[in-house]
Design a protein. Structure first.
Length: 561
């Protein structure tokens, strides 16, 4: 989920929107990029599907069965939905550019060409020109061209276009907030002309959360229901879906790039953590996400492979700053000091997370690992409560879900925090909700901000680029994305606005860090832990890469017979 969030597939999207542009990429290089290899599947050279081999080399064929932590939303190229949905969608659809997720352990992600073979940014930062690849076709056989790109973008940019859908307002808010027009000078060229420099434009086009390009014919045929009939240009194509049971994809034999090793990928929703672990142990699935922390070592001992590492994902609280007593920054600071993050990470989560102290996530260029305000200090928490006029403490309620994509162990973590707050005099009642219900309460007029009796609610999300902090904290974005947005920090907003126009990465990092310090020290958001996103898989699964984006590239994955 996320700060002041809207909703998205398994996790909460940032307040600014359930972000359609939460792309990811550490380097927001606005410098022109030309050429460069596509994010090619396989081990290089030739068609991966024909690269059958021996002696440990990748082999074509086989099916990967993936145990998901929840059901996915509609597989719309432009929809929200969260990581559960985005991980599936990424295999079928492509964007102009994309983050390279093929390098195992990568924390600083690079933007790679995809449907665009190259791009150029004008010196003033106002025009992005993309040169499209030759010979790319959608699954339905239609050719990819500049008009197809524009048709897709007008679905959330041009309110006068017949295909425009207001439900994609997050894309409009994020990607097109500074977009003046889209030009198609010829079939192989697309130009995006901005009203002002927007240093994060490329990054917002690069991640699994960004809008992809779907067949215009499929959109015309199915309209809002196109998510049930996805047609893209990606390395895999949609075969079937049985809700609550499975989503089946198969190799796109007409793919413009190297073909995948895998014949098929089957996604099975298994919301119960114990069921996921059991399915992995019995061989019903080959890979699971979110294994319970206390099973990770057991799975390792049993011969399963565990991958985890730096991930741009924060689990945090959003105090309702318009309600007493959380309108007092000293109270919010007291709560921050009272939480034993190290204990949560080690004792409860068994080192599958790390303590989080600020709102720029690991993996973002401006992340500061040594910036750790509000280290555990119960005495300081009590002193601040006394200064705020609450020497005898107070009672409040915090809301969280019982499960959900990216939610880790929401109830046990919240119970730990409840105990920590009790130790400094704060009596916290926990409100719990089923995941979809919880998401719904963060949208529109039912948002938590309308509750006068609620102290805070919890969220989890992130992206490996600096702009993410603006998406979840900038007062303009919060207010536009969500009517209940209430927190405003004009000084931090001004710094983030400066950063949007700053093309020098070092200067941009400095601006975001200054904004982060203002917001974090004000305790307007209370980060708790950052997920390491552990993945458990059969040793038969080969070529799987874990990076700082919470999505995965399956083009290099193969199954050992």
């Amino acid at each position: 989920m996320q700060a002041l969030s809207l909703i998205t597939n398994g996790r909460f999207l940032p307040p600014a929107a359930r972000l359609a542009g939460l792309a990811t990429v550490l380097s927001l290089g606005l410098t022109a990029c030309t050429g460069g290899a596509a994010v090619t599947p396989g081990a290089g050279g030739g068609d991966a599907a024909s690269n059958g081999a021996s002696n440990g080399a990748p082999k074509a064929g086989g099916t990967l069965v993936w145990g998901m932590e929840s059901e996915a939303d509609a597989l719309d190229a432009h929809g929200s939905g969260g990581w559960v949905t985005w991980r599936v969608r990424r295999q079928m659809f492509e964007g102009l550019v994309n983050n390279d997720l093929t390098q195992d352990g990568a924390s600083q992600l690079k933007i790679a060409p995809q449907l665009a073979k190259s791009w150029d940014v004008s010196p003033d930062g106002l025009t992005y020109t993309f040169a499209l690849r030759d010979g790319v076709k959608f699954i339905d056989g239609a050719p990819l061209n500049a008009e197809a790109i524009k048709y897709n973008w007008d679905r959330f940019f041009d309110t006068s276009a017949p295909q425009f859908e207001s439900l994609y307002k997050v894309n409009k808010l994020q990607l097109t907030q500074f977009l003046d027009r889209i030009e198609t000078p010829d079939a192989a060229t697309v130009k995006f002309v901005l009203k002002q420099p927007y240093s994060t434009f490329l990054a917002l086009n690069s991640g699994s959360t960004s809008p992809y390009i779907a067949s215009p014919a499929s959109i015309k045929q199915w309209g809002k229901d196109v998510g049930e009939h996805p047609v893209g240009t990606g390395p895999f194509q949609f075969v079937e879906r049985q809700r609550g049971q499975k989503i089946v994809l198969e190799r796109n034999t007409g793919y413009w790039g190297n073909k995948t090793y895998l014949d098929k990928v089957i996604y099975r929703p298994l919301p119960e953590a114990a069921s996921r672990v059991a399915a992995l142990r019995t061989g019903e699935v080959d890979l699971i996400v979110v294994p319970p922390p206390d099973t990770i070592q057991q799975l390792k001992d049993a011969g399963f492979v565990i991958k985890q590492g730096t991930t741009a994902h924060l689990w945090y609280w959003i105090p309702i700053t318009k309600n007493a007593p959380f309108d007092n920054p000293k109270v919010r600071q007291a709560v921050s000091y009272a939480i034993n993050r190290e204990g949560i990470a080690k004792e409860l989560m068994r080192d599958s997370v790390v303590p989080a102290y600020n709102m720029i996530p690991p993996g973002a260029p401006a992340f500061e690992p040594d910036y750790t305000p509000y280290k555990y200090d119960p005495a300081k928490a009590k002193a601040l409560l006394a200064e705020a006029g609450y020497a005898n403490g107070f009672s409040t309620s915090f809301a969280t879900s019982v499960d959900g994509s990216g939610q880790l162990l929401p109830v046990p973590i919240t119970q730990w925090i409840q105990r920590d707050l009790k130790a400094v005099g704060i009596d916290m009642k926990i409100e719990t909700y089923e995941w979809q219900t919880y998401l719904g309460k963060n949208v529109g007029n039912t948002a938590w901000g309308y509750r006068k009796d609620l102290g805070a609610y919890q969220s989890s999300f992130g992206a490996p680029y600096n702009y993410w902090i603006a998406q979840v904290t900038h007062s303009r974005l919060i207010t536009e994305a969500k009517p209940s947005g209430w927190y405003k920090n004009p000084a931090a907003d001004a710094l983030m606005d400066q950063a949007l126009a700053e093309q020098d990465q070092t200067k941009q990092n400095d601006l975001y860090r200054k904004a982060n310090h203002l917001i974090t020290e004000d305790a307007a958001y209370i980060p708790v832990v950052s997920d390491l996103s552990p993945i458990a898989m059969s040793p038969k699964v080969k070529g799987f890469a874990h990076t700082s984006e919470e999505s995965f590239d399956l083009t290099q994955v193969w199954m050992e017979p």
